[in-house]
Ligand binder design. Structure first.
Ligand code: CA
Length: 222
């Protein structure tokens, strides 16, 4: 039986223009009323996660910066800003990347957009600095090693003393793979990358938030 659903935001609850599905907001409230915990994990910043938690009414802690920061009653930062910021300064200084407006709210990662076809070069440079690059399909992130959605999953598992098969994860893109663990229940909206569809226990018939609504309405069957 699923006790906790951990959901990605962009491309999962939202469409490709980042509009959140009003249907999925209602469905999240419904499953919470029937006793399921719901958490969100995103590459986005904590102020955005604060707004989602507050205005949607999410009942479990939520995570920003790919799992690096948690918002519950207070904000808890699990990783350091030092290395991501130094690397960000290096690649922007060399003209390889540009700044994201949301960086002013980041606590342990940096966002960027690659310039002049430097995508692969940045990824290869990041390895030398013991950093990881994640691309959500919406933006690029510089992260500390181990700072990923699997970290958030593990935190929630311990906090609520859950078995892996009592957790449902839903995501659409490559930065969701660290939470797509073997024993965890995995579902994807129809727009998900093929690699995630192959790992999923269930693929929704429709994309984005409407697909997640379909998944959450079947949560008792997982
Ligand atoms: Ca996503």
């Amino acid at each position: 039986m699923i006790k906790l659903a951990l959901l990605d935001v962009d491309g999962t609850l939202t469409d490709k223009t980042r509009l959140i599905s009003t249907k999925v907001v209602e469905t999240i409230r419904d499953v919470q009323k029937s006793g399921t915990l719901v958490s969100l994990v995103s590459g986005n910043v904590i102020p955005a996660m604060y707004a989602l938690k507050t205005f949607v009414g999410i009942n479990a802690p939520v995570f920003g910066e790919n799992g690096g920061v948690m918002l519950d009653a207070d904000v808890e930062v699990f990783f350091s800003m030092e290395k991501p910021k130094r690397f960000f300064d290096e690649i922007t200084g060399k003209g390889m990347a540009g700044n994201l407006m949301t960086n002013q709210w980041r606590l342990c990662s940096m966002g960027y957009f690659p310039k002049n076809g430097s995508e692969d070069e940045i990824i290869s440079l990041s390895g030398k600095h013991d950093l990881e690059i994640a691309n959500s399909g919406f933006s690029w992130h510089i992260l500390n090693r181990g700072q990923n959605k699997g970290y958030a999953l593990n935190y929630l598992r311990k906090r609520y003393s859950l078995d892996l098969d009592e957790i449902l994860v839903v995501g659409d893109s490559f930065n969701d793979i660290p939470m797509f663990l073997d024993k965890v229940k995995k579902a994807v909206p129809a727009n998900a990358e093929l690699q995630l569809k192959k790992k999923a226990d269930y693929v929704a018939s429709v994309p984005y938030g409407e697909g997640v609504t379909e998944i959450l309405q079947k949560i008792s069957r997982f």
